[in-house]
Design a protein around this ligand. Structure first.
Ligand code: NAD
Ligand code: MG
Length: 394
């Protein structure tokens, strides 16, 4: 039996992972689950999958949760906080870790999983954006098998030759093409963008996801973060990675080879496909996803992204080119700004403004340890909060 730990089990990726796992009870066993806010869902998952460990990270009174575990006679050991996450990410009996926490909160445990040499199904792109070099070096040194779950990177991985090693520049490749749906505001008149609401921003036309990544998709910061993620995963410079708007979200990304061949991976937009691929790689299993009906899809469109509409793309591309502290600052600024937008403290267009201003204040240097990365992250959050507060007043 393969033993799995799911970090961020209660989220969108976590639930999709459990949906795939539940189809193969003889192959996979859930050894650990973690959750931050939705304890009801976490309890329900514990009842169904009976993990050895359950980790709760948010600020909760755990009396009721503990009582319920006992009442249902669940044999799980309950752990708390970030230490609990790090602990289950490196459990000796676990061979596969699904890193599906959102944001910088997922960095430490993703890194622990890599350091423990696990098969790591990486959804938490923020950890690569923040600490790509460090992360990939730890994966290499500790023999971790990194399998991208982010649909674009999973698509690229599937279109690459070889034995599936992330972190090595693939041979014969000229360019990577990251596809992007363009999100809910692809055709919204520009003068309306200032006043769009969090619910409008979270109503993605093709994908159902957590709120933070949904807002990132609406600003297209998500594609910017994915550009940085791709640079690290596939060891390619940002100038050799293009972003293409493809509103149907059927082609999940492409690889262009020197001989002129362009390979793509297609499928319905449902994260269970990349999750099932990464879980069972190098084999294939059914994921529960509907079969793609290309006739029904009809046509596939491609456009160049409009940088006036999506300034986050330019900001992220600049941060990618600069490297070092800049992507760390970008990620931190974006997390603070998205949260402020979701709480209706700042407007939608302010998200990119906060990122821009935080980067302008950030000194260019290269953090070389996790502590240094975290100190850039902390400082950038302070700047971002100050800037967001000033924007609030206007
Ligand atoms: P989500 O908000 O639905 O779930 C996030 C999970 O992280 C939850 O289990 C939550 O309890 C946990 N969490 C939140 N804050 C935490 C904290 N401070 N400490 C510990 N745990 C915490 O998010 P999601 O959409 O599932 O996305 C998860 C990650 O996967 C993100 O990095 C996202 O960019 C990436 N991703 C998601 C999708 C998707 O379709 N949802 C696609 C590609 C990549
Ligand atoms: Mg993606």
């Amino acid at each position: 039996m393969r033993q799995i730990a799911i970090l961020g089990a209660t989220g969108s990726i976590g639930c999709s992972t459990l949906d795939v796992l539940a189809r193969y009870p003889d192959v996979y066993r859930v050894a650990a689950l973690t959750g931050h806010s939705n304890l009801e869902r976490l309890l329900e998952q514990c009842r169904k999958f009976r993990p050895d460990y359950v980790v709760v990270t948010g600020d909760h009174n755990l009396q009721n949760f503990t009582d319920q575990l006992r009442k249902c006679r669940l044999p799980c050991e309950l752990l708390h906080g970030a230490e609990g996450l790090d602990y289950v990410a490196a459990l000796p009996q676990v061979d596969t870790v699904v890193a599906a926490i959102v944001g910088a909160a997922g960095l430490s445990s993703s890194l622990e999983a890599v350091r423990a040499g696990k098969r790591v199904l990486l959804a938490n792109k923020e950890s690569l954006v923040m600490s790509g070099e460090l992360f990939m070096a730890e994966a290499r040194e500790n023999g971790a098998l990194l399998l991208p779950v982010d649909s674009e990177h999973n698509a690229i991985f599937q279109c690459l030759p070889g034995d599936g090693k992330c972190g090595v520049r693939p041979e014969g490749v000229r360019r990577l093409l990251l596809t992007a749906s363009g999100g809910p505001f692809l055709n919204t008149p520009l003068d309306q963008l200032e006043s769009v609401t969090p619910d409008q921003a979270c109503a993605h036309p093709n994908w159902s996801m957590g709120r933070k990544i949904s807002v990132d998709s609406a600003t297209m910061m998500n594609k910017g973060l994915e550009l940085i993620e791709a640079c690290h995963l596939f060891s390619m410079p940002p100038q050799e990675i293009d972003i293409v708007i493809h509103p149907q979200s059927v082609i999940h990304s492409m690889v262009e080879y020197f001989d002129g061949s362009v390979l793509s991976q297609m499928g319905n937009p449902d994260m269970r496909t990349p999750i099932a691929h990464a879980l069972s790689w190098p084999n294939r299993v059914e994921s529960g996803v509907d079969w793609l009906d290309l006739v029904k899809t009809g046509s596939l469109e491609f456009h160049a992204p409009d940088l006036d509409r999506f300034p986050a793309l330019r900001i992220a591309a600049d941060a990618a080119a600069a490297g070092g502290a800049m992507p760390v600052a970008l990620n931190a600024a974006n997390e603070i700004a998205v949260e402020a937008f979701l709480q209706q403290k700042i407007g939608f267009l302010d998200i990119a403004r906060v990122a821009d201003k935080v980067l302008a204040k950030t000194e260019q240097w290269t953090p070389s340890s996790l502590d240094q990365v975290l100190s850039v992250d902390q400082q950038s959050r302070i700047y971002a909060n100050e800037i967001a507060e000033q924007l609030c007043k206007h």
